[in-house]
Design a protein around this ligand. Structure first.
Ligand SMILES: Cc1ncc(COP(=O)(O)O)c(C=O)c1O
Length: 240
């Protein structure tokens, strides 16, 4: 935090790491924020309902209500309701901020389509059992992918608390040469190798600011994940 700092972005559970903060872990962060009244908080709570192992969702303003007048909470239907393509998100925050956002938004796009708005209301106010059911399915996929990655030579993966991503280290494969003669120096080299030679799409950690890692999204079927993890295993095994 410097005199020029305006916002702290908090995204828990997180894309790309899947890590989630508990209320106890957020508390010291809120204490720092109380000492810096010029810094606003943007809480991106989009993965609120995708949390595993019985963990309770926590967000900064609930932990420290004094942050309320400078917190913008954003959320949407993309994740919990698998409505990514409907382009519907929403925010809650101080009146003046929301009014300023409306000024910007109303002149750049007209509005989310009325069809999306109706569908989002239905998602948010309809029966919610499906959200927990899907979360259990995600948890099984997480467990499968993390186990598969940790059994793969050169890879290491911590168990994420939420969202639907793994963020594994590929440090162990760097410096290795592929059977076709490519030297893997960076996480991007490794991801390119998986894409070009094994048709598996993952995202290098360096694009999120942390190398040498790579992100897998497990928002797909178990059959696809089994196939993909099998190919990743074969790719890594061939490096040793
Ligand atoms: C951290 C985070 N916030 C918000 C979103 C929501 O995206 P959208 O509403 O544009 O689908 C995503 C989707 O990838 C995300 O990962």
């Amino acid at each position: 935090i410097t005199p020029r700092t305006r916002w702290l972005f908090l995204n828990s559970p997180s894309n790309p790491s899947g890590a989630a903060y508990s209320a106890a872990q957020l508390q010291p962060i809120t204490e720092v924020l109380l000492r810096h009244p010029a810094v606003w908080v943007l809480a991106d709570d989009i993965y609120e309902h995708i949390l595993y192992d019985g963990l309770a969702f926590a967000t900064a303003v609930a932990v420290e209500p004094r942050l309320r007048e400078r917190t913008l909470t954003v959320n949407g239907v993309s994740k919990a309701y698998a409505m990514t393509g409907w382009r519907l998100g929403y925010g809650a925050g101080p009146k003046e901020l929301i009014a300023a956002m409306a000024v910007v938004q109303s002149q750049s796009t007209s509005c989310p389509s009325s069809i999306s708005q109706a569908a989002a209301i239905e998602a948010l106010t309809g029966p919610q059992a499906v959200v927990a059911e899907r979360c259990l399915l995600f948890q099984a996929r997480r467990d499968f992918v993390v186990t598969a990655l940790n059994r793969t030579p050169g890879l290491r993966c911590r168990t994420p608390e939420g969202a639907f991503y793994t963020f594994a280290s590929c440090a162990g494969v760097l410096g290795r040469v592929t059977p076709s003669g490519k030297l893997l120096l960076t996480d991007s080299d490794f991801c390119d190798h998986l894409l070009q030679d094994f048709d598996v799409a993952v995202v290098p950690g360096s694009v999120f600011g942390l190398a040498p890692y790579f992100r897998i999204s497990y928002a797909t079927s178990m059959a696809q994940l089994e196939e993909a993890c099998g190919r990743i295993h074969a790719a890594c095994k061939a490096l040793f």
